[in-house]
Ligand binder design. Structure first.
Ligand code: NAD
Length: 456
C-alpha cells in the first residue's frame, strides 16, 4: 500500500477514537509481543544474516528489553491513562482541577540500524501504549531485519494502526513531507537536524535520540579488574556499534599502564586471537562503516587488536593508547570496536576538555571517591550514565533515556515512553452555583486591595 494512503487511513482511524480505549491498546500490545515471541527464530535468523549477531545477544540486548517494556505497559497503562486530580488555586475556587492524558495522533517512528528491532519496535510500542497510530520506518541498512519486521507487522496489524514503510533516504524524505502529530527519530546528529527541520514546517513535536562521543573517566582508586570487565563488555558488545558505548577513556596517568594491561587481559578472555566473528562478536554493518573505522585506527597507536578483514567486515576489539584529542579517532563518534585511551593528570582540565565538546549521550565514571564522582555528574552535561558501570542505565525502566544538546532531545523508556507520545491536557472544572465578583468590572480600589491580600 502506498504510504500516503496509509497516512490518510491512519488520520481517519485516529478520529474514530478507537485508540483511546485502554483495553484496545493493551490488546494490540499483547498481540505485538505474542507475534514477536511466536516468530523469534525468524527474527534471530534475519539479524544473523545482516550482522552475524547471535541469538544470545539479540535476546539480551533487544527482545528481552522490548518484552519487558511491553509487559510494563500492560500493567500500568490503565493508571497512566486516567485523568489525574491536582489542587485548585485560590483564584479558581470552588472548582476541580485535573489533567487528562491524551494521545497525540498519527506518529512517525524512524529507527536506526544498530539495534534494529529494539530501536524501531520499542518507540512504536510506546506510541501505541499512549493511544497513537504509528508509521514505522526502520533502517534500511540491515535489510533482512527490515524485511522481517515489514512482513510480520504488515500482515498481522491493520495499516490504520501500525504499518511499516521500508526505504532509505528517498522514502524517508518523502515521508517527512507529510504532517505527523509526533516524530520519534533515532539516528545520527546530522540526520536529526534534517528531521527537526522537516518537523518544524508542520510544527510537529519531535523526540530525537542521537549519538555523540561518550567519555569514561577511570580513576586510580577504582577496582581495576572490575572496571576492565564492565568496560570491555560494554564497549565491545554489538562490536562497539552502540549509541551509549564508552567512546573513549580518560584514565588517571598513574594507573595508565596497569589499566591498559587489565583491558588487554579482559579482552583476551573472550576475544582471544579473534580473526572472525563468532558466538560473542559480530560484523561491522557495511563496507562504508568498515572503511570509516579502519581510517580511525592509527597503527602506530594500537595497544592491542587492530586486526581487520574487509571481506568479512571484521575488526578485532582494538585498544589505542598515546591518543590525543587531535587524532582522527577523536574527531567523530567511533561507533565501532575501537577504544582510545587518553591519560590525564589534572581533573579540572580533563573535565573542561569534555565540556568544550558537544554534550554527549552518556558519561561513565569508575571510582570510589564520592567527591570526584559528584564533580563529574554535576559539572558535565550529558544524557545519562553510570557510576562504576557502563551502558546498563538503559535497562532500568525507571530511568528516562535520552540525550541533551547535540545528543538529542526528549526521552523514553518506562513511563517516559508513554509521556513522550502523550499530551497532558489541563482542565479547571467549575460548578454554576457561585461566582465571586472580584475579577469583574468596575475595577474598584478595594477590589485591588483584596486581590493583593488574597494572591500576595
Ligand atoms: P542515520 O542517521 O544514518 O539513520 C537513521 C535513520 O534515518 C535511518 O532510518 C535512515 O534511513 C534515515 N536517514 C538517513 N539519512 C537520511 C536523510 N538524509 N534524510 C532522512 N532520513 C535519513 O543513523 P544510523 O547510522 O542508523 O545510526 C547511527 C547513529 O545513531 C549514531 O550516531 C548513534 O549514536 C545514533 N543512535 C542513537 C541512539 C539513541 O538511542 N540515542 C540509538 C542508536 C543509534
Amino acid at each position: 500500500m502506498d504510504f500516503k494512503e496509509v497516512h490518510l487511513k491512519q488520520q481517519g482511524f485516529f478520529l474514530t477514537n478507537q485508540t483511546k480505549d485502554v483495553d484496545y491498546r493493551k490488546n494490540q500490545l499483547k498481540k505485538l509481543k505474542e507475534l514477536l515471541k511466536a516468530n523469534e527464530q525468524k527474527l534471530f535468523d534475519a539479524i544473523y544474516e545482516d550482522s552475524g549477531k547471535s541469538e544470545f545477544e539479540t535476546y539480551l540486548t533487544e527482545l528481552s528489553l522490548l518484552y519487558h517494556e511491553i509487559s510494563l505497559f500492560e500493567k500500568k497503562l490503565k493508571s497512566w491513562s486516567k485523568p489525574r486530580r491536582v489542587w485548585t488555586d485560590i483564584a479558581n475556587m470552588p472548582a476541580r482541577s485535573y489533567i487528562i492524558p491524551e494521545p497525540l495522533g498519527v506518529t512517525l517512528v524512524i529507527g536506526a540500524w544498530n539495534y534494529p528491532y529494539l530501536l524501531s519496535l520499542h518507540p512504536a510500542a510506546c506510541a501505541i501504549a499512549a493511544g497513537n497510530t504509528v508509521m514505522l520506518k526502520p533502517s534500511e541498512l540491515p535489510s533482512n531485519t527490515a524485511r522481517v519486521m515489514t512482513e510480520l507487522i504488515n500482515t498481522n496489524f491493520p495499516a490504520e494502526l501500525l504499518h511499516v514503510v521500508e526505504g532509505g533516504v528517498k522514502e524517508t524524505t518523502e515521508l517527512l513531507e507529510l504532517k505527523f502529530d509526533k516524530i520519534f527519530f533515532t539516528g545520527s546528529t546530522n540526520v536529526g537536524r534534517i528531521v527537526y527541520q522537516a518537523a518544524a514546517k508542520h510544527l510537529t513535536p519531535v523526540t530525537l535520540e542521537l549519538g555523540g562521543k561518550s567519555p569514561t573517566f577511570v580513576f586510580a582508586d577504582c577496582n581495576l579488574a572490575m572496571t576492565a570487565k564492565r568496560l570491555v563488555w560494554a564497549k565491545f558488545i554489538n562490536a562497539g556499534q552502540t549509541c551509549v558505548a564508552p567512546d573513549y577513556v580518560l584514565v588517571e596517568k598513574s594507573i595508565e599502564t596497569k589499566f591498559l594491561e587489565a583491558l588487554k587481559l579482559e579482552i583476551e578472555k573472550y576475544h582471544a586471537d579473534r580473526k572472525d566473528i563468532g558466538e560473542n562478536y559480530l560484523r561491522i554493518i557495511n563496507e562504508r562503516n568498515f572503511d570509516r573505522l579502519c581510517r580511525l585506527i592509527d597503527p602506530a597507536k594500537v595497544y592491542c587488536g587492530g586486526y581487520t578483514d574487509k571481506a568479512k567486515r571484521f575488526i578485532a576489539p582494538t585498544v589505542m593508547n598515546k591518543v590525543t584529542f587531535d587524532d582522527a579517532v577523536m574527531q567523530e563518534e567511533i561507533f565501532g570496536p575501537i577504544l582510545p585511551v587518553i591519560p590525564f593528570t589534572n581533573l579540572d582540565e580533563a573535565v573542561k576538555t569534555v565540556k568544550d565538546r558537544p554534550k554527549p549521550l552518556s558519561c561513565y565514571v569508575y571510582s570510589k571517591d564520592k567527591k570526584r564522582i559528584k564533580k563529574i555528574l554535576h559539572e558535565i552535561s550529558f544524557g545519562g550514565g553510570a557510576v562504576n558501570d557502563s551502558i546498563m542505565h538503559l535497562s532500568n525502566s525507571n530511568l528516562p533515556f535520552g540525550g541533551v544538546g547535540a545528543s538529542g532531545m526528549g526521552s523514553y523508556h518506562g513511563k517516559a515512553g508513554f509521556d513522550t507520545f502523550t499530551h497532558y491536557k489541563s482542565i479547571v472544572d467549575k460548578p454554576f452555583w457561585i461566582e465571586p465578583n472580584l475579577k469583574y468590572p468596575p475595577y474598584k480600589k478595594y477590589k485591588l486591595k483584596l486581590i493583593k491580600w488574597i494572591l500576595g
